[in-house]
Write a protein that binds this ligand. Structure first.
Ligand code: FE2
Length: 193
């Protein structure tokens, strides 16, 4: 795995906080906490890896207040540090439903970047780290973990919806079922909701 250590990842978040403070930092810390708590109950996942991937999934927001751009900014920043696994998660975390048009918000990427993201998604199979961070993104409010439905409504109120919102919501609910089965429990119990 090409990943920073936990200490390095936390330093990256502290640096990002100085560049572009905002609610996204609390959200990232909650996502990291949820990822660790769920991964600890999965035989094929490492809890520290899950924590680091969760903490850095939105690191692209260090650049500016942006919409879909944050995923490409995060990908490029992590690639520049050779943290390829983090870069991968920066691109996949927003697409539990593998269609770029399902993004909640504006596509503020260039046509070339949009094509790159589309082709990246078309050419990979998601693994359980992709699935876990997609799920945790939907469990993480800035002030703590919550029910998926609450977070999804929060996102739609802030960013709007489109005709792929419902299939995307179904994809999130399927992820919860997937990890409920994988952990043998209700993941809400693991994250203290
Ligand atoms: Fe996020």
């Amino acid at each position: 795995m090409k990943l920073p250590t936990i200490i390095e990842a936390e330093k990256l978040i502290t640096g990002a906080e100085q560049r572009n403070p905002g609610a996204w930092l609390g959200h990232s810390k909650t996502a990291a906490y949820c990822a660790r708590a769920i991964a600890e109950q999965c035989d094929n996942l490492n809890a520290d890896t899950a924590y680091i991937l969760g903490l850095l999934h939105d690191i692209g927001r260090r650049e500016d207040i942006t919409d879909m751009r944050h995923i490409i900014d995060g990908y490029q920043f992590m690639k520049s540090l050779n943290y390829d696994n983090c870069a991968h998660i920066c691109l996949t975390h927003s697409f539990p439903y593998k269609d770029i048009r399902s993004y909640n918000g504006q596509n503020d990427c260039t046509a070339e970047e949009t094509e790159f993201i589309t082709s990246f998604l078309d050419n990979i199979e998601y693994d359980d780290y992709d699935r876990l961070i997609q799920l945790c993104d939907a469990l993480a409010l800035p002030n703590g973990a919550t029910y998926i439905e609450k977070r999804l409504v929060d996102v739609v109120i802030r960013r709007g919806f489109n005709d792929l919102t419902i299939p995307k919501w179904k994809a999130f609910l399927e992820l919860k079922d997937y990890f409920d089965k994988k952990t043998g429990t209700d993941i809400y119990k693991l994250i203290g909701v």
